[in-house]
Write a protein that binds this ligand. Structure first.
Ligand SMILES: COc1nc(N)nc2c1ncn2[C@H]1C[C@H](O)[C@@H](COP(=O)(O)OP(=O)(O)OP(=O)(O)O)O1
Length: 212
């Protein structure tokens, strides 16, 4: 792992230093796409120890746990969309800040997902189930990054005995690569290409070397 200038995958741009965190599938070409659609994904994290996820009840990613979010509507900024979606889907308001940018491309689909990821370390309101999401708190396990990983600076404490661990097996396959970077409070960028079978065929994730 080095801090040299990295070559980012097509479609990603970042103007500050990055450390590569994970990559794979280099034997596959990056998939080409024609258009990009903007989405948001937002997480509330408390005390660096627990995170609010929602079980998607319909549409894209149904049956998977994820942050709260959706399409950026015409005339909205990604931040406005993220605040609106968190309110609509989980019933809460939070001072969201962008903590990462992700690009997802699916082979055979001409529109790529450009996802602005946001997080907040506090919220107001009452967490409430919506038609789209069933919210639940999960424990951030300190084992998500290896103990001496250069991007590990946050002590998540002992895993909660009362909250379930983050359910990576029922989340999008890309999440295991960038969630630890978000929990380490590093701004991250990444791209993942999926085959028509929904399996990841090529991926690349990196984070800023200094904490936000
Ligand atoms: C492909 O990998 C993905 N990984 C993760 N972690 N999240 C993803 C991936 N692909 C899509 N997403 C996220 C982005 C958004 O937060 C949601 C999809 O938004 P949705 O289609 O539900 O948008 P809405 O505007 O809420 O839709 P409706 O109101 O029309 O249901 O998934």
């Amino acid at each position: 792992m080095s801090q040299q200038t990295l070559v980012l995958p097509p479609g990603l741009a970042h103007d500050r230093p990055l450390v590569e965190a994970a990559s794979g599938g280099a034997e596959n070409e990056w998939v080409k796409y024609d258009k990009v659609k903007q989405y948001t994904n937002a997480f509330v994290i408390l005390d660096d120890k627990k995170v609010l996820l929602g079980l998607k009840k319909r549409g894209i990613g149904m049956g998977l746990w994820n942050g709260f979010g959706g399409k950026v509507d015409p005339g909205e900024t990604p931040e406005q969309a993220a605040v609106r979606e968190l309110q609509e889907e989980a019933g809460i308001t939070a001072p969201l800040q962008q903590c990462g940018t992700l690009l997802f491309v699916v082979d055979g689909v001409d529109t790529a997902f450009d996802i602005s990821v946001f997080n907040a370390y506090e919220y107001t309101g009452t967490v409430t189930e919506s038609e789209e999401m069933r919210p639940e708190w999960f424990s951030i396990q300190k084992s998500m990054l290896p103990p001496h990983h250069p991007l590990t600076t946050i002590d998540h404490g002992e895993a909660s005995e009362t909250l379930p661990p983050i359910p990576l097996q029922t989340m999008w396959a890309d999440d295991e690569f960038w969630l630890p970077l978000m929990f380490a409070r590093r701004y991250f960028v990444g791209r993942a290409d999926f085959g028509a079978d929904n399996k990841m065929r090529r991926w690349w994730f990196a984070a800023e070397p200094t904490p936000a």
